[in-house]
Design a protein around this ligand. Structure first.
Ligand SMILES: Cc1ncc(COP(=O)(O)O)c(C=O)c1O
Length: 363
């Protein structure tokens, strides 16, 4: 297989090996520890029914989303759900549409399966939204069999409501194209989980995980929601990758799920509180613009008069110990992506340093 390395992930993993003093790059809540589970689960066991995932976790995920258990596939994070969905939905030579700017792995995935990729342009001048009519026309013109989007959008954090997602899905389905929606940040936004895609439908696959909002990425637990036929096909592909699931992960995942309301609530409150800090900072600067994502902990800042923010990002890291993601990783070098899921003090400190670096002319 011919493939290109995912430069963003190389960059992100390299960064984590020498943690920055101020992290404005991470896109999720900081990893929690076992002590955050209260009470700490007793009687964890190595062996549990786990060839296809723990039934109780399966059912809990299905119930939360208002779907049947056979419409859920438990995976090693949403990364694996996206991988299996793309593999299941493509054949070599297909055209796959992927939003741009995008989380790089989503743009690169289709090439692994011999597909070509065309961008679905998203722009700040439209509030990073997606227009169903435009998407439908693009699907028809290109003959694409799969279209991939994130909701909320990484990097901008902008959320499309259930009606919009349903219209995008209909626009794809009308031309025999499947819509894959990565919803890994969705719980930051108040919404009805069962309404977002209109339950499970043909030609719609939704993916998510315990990583970004709940803060349990190290459990490597995610899922795909799709029609029972699609899930069965993905199960068969999964047999090549995972003979069995990690029972300890899934037993812990079930404990997390039982307390998910608390974790979601904390994450939303953190996002809303820190979001106001970012808003106040941005209102004091005329050299930074964003589309306000309203909720969540992600923001994509356009830096005026800066065609490439790499110099700014390097300066922030080396002079101030602050890490932000250069927009080049999303195909938009004039921007930086910030994550504001850290403590309010950290976020203030990071933004203060960003202001200083810009005032010093590091652009
Ligand atoms: C849009 C998107 N999808 C998936 C992932 C990976 O998440 P997981 O830990 O669920 O594999 C990320 C991580 O940055 C992401 O931004």
């Amino acid at each position: 297989v011919q493939f290109d390395p995912i430069t963003y992930l190389r960059w992100a993993k390299g960064n984590h090996s020498t943690p920055a003093a101020v992290d404005l790059a991470s896109s999720g809540m900081a990893s929690r520890s076992l002590e955050d589970l209260n009470p700490r689960p007793e009687g964890l066991q190595l062996t549990a029914p786990n060839f296809y995932g723990l039934p109780a976790l399966h059912e809990a995920i299905a119930e939360h989303h208002g779907v049947q258990a056979d419409e859920v596939l438990i995976t090693a994070g949403s990364s694996m759900a996206n991988f299996l969905a793309t593999m299941s939905l493509t054949r070599p030579g297909d055209t796959v549409l992927v939003e741009a700017p995008a989380y790089e792995p989503l743009q690169r995935l289709p090439a692994l399966f011999g597909c070509s990729v065309a961008p679905i342009p998203r722009s700040e001048s439209d509030g990073w939204a997606l227009d169903p009519t435009t998407l439908g026309e693009q699907v028809q013109r290109s003959g694409a069999t799969l279209a991939i989007i994130t909701n909320p959008h990484n990097p901008s954090g902008v959320f499309l409501d259930a009606g919009r997602v349903q219209a995008l899905h209909a626009a794809c389905a009308d031309h025999a194209c499947t819509l894959l929606v990565d919803e890994v940040y969705a719980e930051f936004h108040p919404h009805d989980a069962a309404a977002i895609g209109g339950l499970v439908q043909e030609r719609l696959v939704r993916t998510s995980s315990l990583t970004k909002v709940l803060g349990f990425g190290p459990l490597r637990l995610g899922w795909a929601l799709a029609s029972a036929e699609r899930i069965a096909h993905m199960h068969a592909l999964n047999d090549y990758a995972m003979v069995m699931h990690g029972s300890i992960n899934e037993l812990l995942g079930l404990e997390v799920w039982r307390e998910r309301e608390r974790f979601v609530d904390e994450a939303r409150r953190r996002g809303d509180f820190n979001g106001d800090i970012v808003r106040r900072f941005l209102s004091s600067r005329d050299d930074l613009d964003w589309v306000d994502p309203k909720h969540g902990i992600l923001g994509f800042l356009q830096v005026q008069g800066t065609p490439d923010t790499q110099v700014l990002a390097d300066h922030l890291l080396h002079e101030y110990g602050v890490v932000v993601v250069p927009g080049a990783h999303f195909g938009r070098p004039d921007s930086i992506r910030i994550g504001f899921g850290a403590s309010a003090d950290m976020v203030r400190k990071g933004l203060q340093s960003l202001g200083r670096a810009l005032d010093e002319g590091k652009r």
